[in-house]
Design a protein around this ligand. Structure first.
Ligand SMILES: *Cc1c(COP(=O)(O)O)cnc(C)c1O
Length: 222
């Protein structure tokens, strides 16, 4: 049989790389690894749970709802993060299902989420997603709108954890991570959700508190 990396091995490997990047950056704060399980079947996810991992990320409400309720009865301390674009009409489901949202990017969504948080008495931390490369096709608020979005979120009672970005592909992410980090400081926010399979070490060097890793844990997506 060919050698196949076990999920537990891949997990350990990523964590070692994270620790090394953190230590090179002289950081001793907690850096959270979010295993991005979008498109993965329950049976692909289970081995990571069995290896002790508990923080996962999905990008579709419906897909998350079909996969996670069962897994959660088995692994009760799972934390589920929403990392994909969120429609306002899915706010109720999202607030019920997720423990954090990384894609708060517009005032209409602030209103929808705030209403649901109040209704459900469940105030989950949100990251403001920033369109850091000013790409027309990408989600995220404009850099110039962060202050307004932050103020409206706070005024509505939404706990804002920090900023999130997905930098442009095909170029170095370094200046974008550095800019997001600077923007978080400017706005007095501590959380930085940045870095994926190809660049989480760079992100950690530049201050990431949450890295979102999919393919490096689960293999290539179809
Ligand atoms: C898919 C996805 C990731 C994970 O990407 P990989 O390259 O597979 O690690 C991270 N963040 C977001 C927002 C994603 O959609």
């Amino acid at each position: 049989m060919p050698h196949i990396d076990q999920p537990s091995e891949l997990l350990r490997n990523i964590k070692l790389k994270m620790d090394k990047a953190a230590s090179l950056a002289r950081r001793d704060d907690d850096i959270h690894l979010i295993a991005i399980s979008k498109t993965r079947e329950v049976e692909e996810i289970r081995p990571l749970l069995q290896a002790g991992h508990r923080i996962f990320g999905e990008n579709r409400v419906q897909e998350a709802e079909s996969k996670w309720p069962d897994l959660r009865t088995e692994f009760r301390d799972v934390k589920l993060h929403m990392v994909g674009q969120l429609q306002s009409n899915k706010a109720a489901q999202a607030v019920r299902l997720f423990d954090a949202i990384h894609s708060l990017d517009r005032v209409s969504l602030v209103k929808a989420l705030a209403k649901e948080m109040k209704q459900q008495g469940r105030y989950i931390p949100c990251f403001l997603q920033v369109n850091i490369g000013e790409e027309s096709q990408k989600g995220g608020c404009e850099i110039g709108n962060i202050a307004d979005l932050l103020e409206k979120s706070k005024a509505s009672g939404i706990p804002v954890a920090g900023l999130m970005c997905v930098p442009p592909t095909g170029v170095s992410p370094t200046p974008y991570f550095a800019l997001l980090s600077q923007l978080a400081k400017t706005h007095g926010l501590r959380g930085l959700s940045m870095g994926m399979s190809g660049d989480f070490e760079t992100a950690i060097k530049l201050g990431a508190t949450h890295v979102r890793v999919g393919t490096a844990l689960f293999g290539a997506r179809d």
